[in-house]
Write a protein that binds this ligand. Structure first.
Ligand SMILES: N[C@@H](CCOP(=O)(O)O)C(=O)O
Length: 495
């Protein structure tokens, strides 16, 4: 299987080349030419497998230049009990008869990003060897809170790599910031950027396409790669958990094999819901992909109208990981829905860069409404949902997950579609203690990491060990820059 750019499909790369490179040289996203299919029997076989085995089974056909035994060893290391505090790795909790919550935050940094960023370093390191790459991979990351920490932890002290993370100053939660700024490891760097996530992400993309910088760094023995969901090696492991959740529902007899489900996904950069869409393409019977946004509802409007318009106010919300107006992975979806038309995608992306706006054609609009539904939820409603879930179900959820529960409710009320639904829970509530405590009526908040204990004492739920362990850790990174000076930070780090 080969990978092509969403903006020019003539140049084909192997899986290991695509993963090592991260982003296509023309600025497009590297995407598989075809999607392997999971048969009814394949899904049945997967039902009796562990998460690690499911990961190998699902990823194998996408990675032709890797062996199954390599993947098996990666999955064992990535999803072992030393990394994940749940035996199932990505457990599914049933909230009521036909609403199930896929918990993706049992990994080392307590967010769904661990599902991919515990795997990506293995894939990337092997890709470097397969391509006889002698240079060091400098992994550039833009984060609105979760990816940054997960990438730092995944790539910490991995041979042949350096990693530099940029996050928006004042645009992540206090715990997220502390997680990043206390990161250990010899090959890591963290820097805040004045502005919002879009500024950081646009800045990183500019670094990728800066020919002069690339040449300078090549001379120093480095090349750029990515740990954001623009890298195919990030999206692929995320497909696995959709397949796994479906199999778990079959195994526990919540549904019969072949029954349709809906999935409701809180998403900002569109990588998470895109992975679900790809699972559907492979054969998981997902009927509707419900896209949940916060007040930065650019995706809601797009999926409802076919008009993408980022010229709007940017909100800093209590679900900061979704505070995004330029949603990278939509490009891969446009490629799929336009029938792999690289020219059409290039046109949309040019308009986005020039005017901040584009409108898709009727054929794409038709497919969007067939597969997707969308809604959004503001902060006040997010807090009400957190409180309701706690009061009614004694289920403590984070603000991103609350957004998804609310959007699912809206969808069901509007459509009457009561198909069994999987709500994707993307982060531990302890990463957002202040908002969660506020939702539960607490106004007098403790300082620093003491707030973790405050939420624990109130609810009787223990803080995850990696977050509890932040107390007393040395802050290693305090650098700040502007989007126009990110290049200096890169040069400084890679001296
Ligand atoms: N929500 C993300 C933003 C970056 O998204 P990614 O999926 O492309 O890594 C974050 O938490 O940083």
């Amino acid at each position: 299987m080969y990978y092509v750019s969403t903006r020019s499909k003539n140049h084909r790369l192997t899986a290991s080349q695509a993963i090592a490179q991260g982003l296509a040289v023309d600025g497009g996203l590297l995407t598989p030419e075809v999607f392997p299919k999971l048969s009814h029997n394949g899904l049945k076989t997967l039902t009796d497998m562990s998460y690690q085995q499911r990961a190998v089974y699902v990823m194998n056909p996408y990675l032709e230049d890797f062996t199954a035994s390599e993947l098996s060893s990666f999955a064992t290391k990535a999803y072992g009990p030393d990394k994940f505090d749940a035996r199932e790795v990505a457990p599914v909790r049933t909230v009521d008869g036909n609403t199930h919550c896929l918990e993706l935050w049992h990994g080392p940094t307590c967010a769904f990003k661990d599902m991919a960023l515990q795997m990506l370093p293995h894939l990337l390191s092997a890709s470097l060897v397969k391509n006889d790459e002698k240079k060091t991979a400098c992994i550039l990351v833009a984060t609105s809170g979760d990816t940054g920490k997960a990438a730092l932890e995944g790539f910490r002290d991995v041979d042949g790599t350096r990693i530099l993370v940029f996050y928006p100053k004042d645009g992540v939660s206090a715990i997220q910031q502390l997680q990043m700024n206390t990161q250990e490891g010899e090959n890591v760097g963290v820097c805040s950027v004045v502005g919002n996530f879009d500024d950081a992400q646009t800045g990183v993309k500019k670094l990728f396409s800066d020919e002069k910088l690339r040449a300078e760094l090549a001379g120093r023995g480095y090349f750029f790669s990515s740990a954001n969901s623009i890298n195919w090696g990030r999206v692929l492991p995320q497909i696995v958990y959709y397949v796994s959740a479906y199999c778990d529902l079959v195994k526990t007899e919540k549904i019969q094999l072949g029954d349709p489900v809906n999935v409701c996904v809180p998403t900002g950069n569109f990588g998470n819901i895109l992975a679900g869409y790809y699972a559907g393409q492979m054969g998981v019977p997902i009927r509707k992909f419900i896209c949940a946004s916060n007040s930065n509802n650019v995706l809601t409007d797009f999926l409802r109208t076919g008009v993408y318009d980022r010229n709007r106010r940017f909100y800093n919300t209590m679900s900061p990981s979704m505070d995004i107006l330029i949603s990278s992975n939509l490009e891969r979806m446009l490629y799929e829905l336009s029938g792999s038309s690289d020219g059409e995608v290039r046109g949309y992306m040019d308009q986005l860069a020039e005017k901040g706006r584009y409108e898709v054609g009727d054929a794409v609009k038709g497919k969007l409404s067939r597969y997707f539904a969308a809604g959004f939820c503001d902060d006040a409603q997010t807090q009400r949902v957190i409180a309701r879930m706690w009061n009614e179900h004694k289920y403590l959820i984070d603000p991103h997950t609350a957004v998804a529960f609310d959007v699912l409710d809206q969808y069901r009320a509007e459509t009457g579609d009561d198909t069994a639904a999987i709500v994707v829970s993307t982060a531990s509530p302890f990463k957002f203690c202040d908002s969660v405590l506020g939702a539960l009526g607490v106004t007098d908040l403790r300082e620093g990491t003491d707030i973790l204990g405050q939420l624990s004492e109130l609810t009787g739920v223990s803080a995850p060990a990696p977050l509890a362990g932040l107390a007393g850790k040395e802050v290693r990174f305090t650098d700040n820059t502007t989007k126009d000076h990110m290049v200096d930070k890169v040069l400084e780090m890679l001296k």
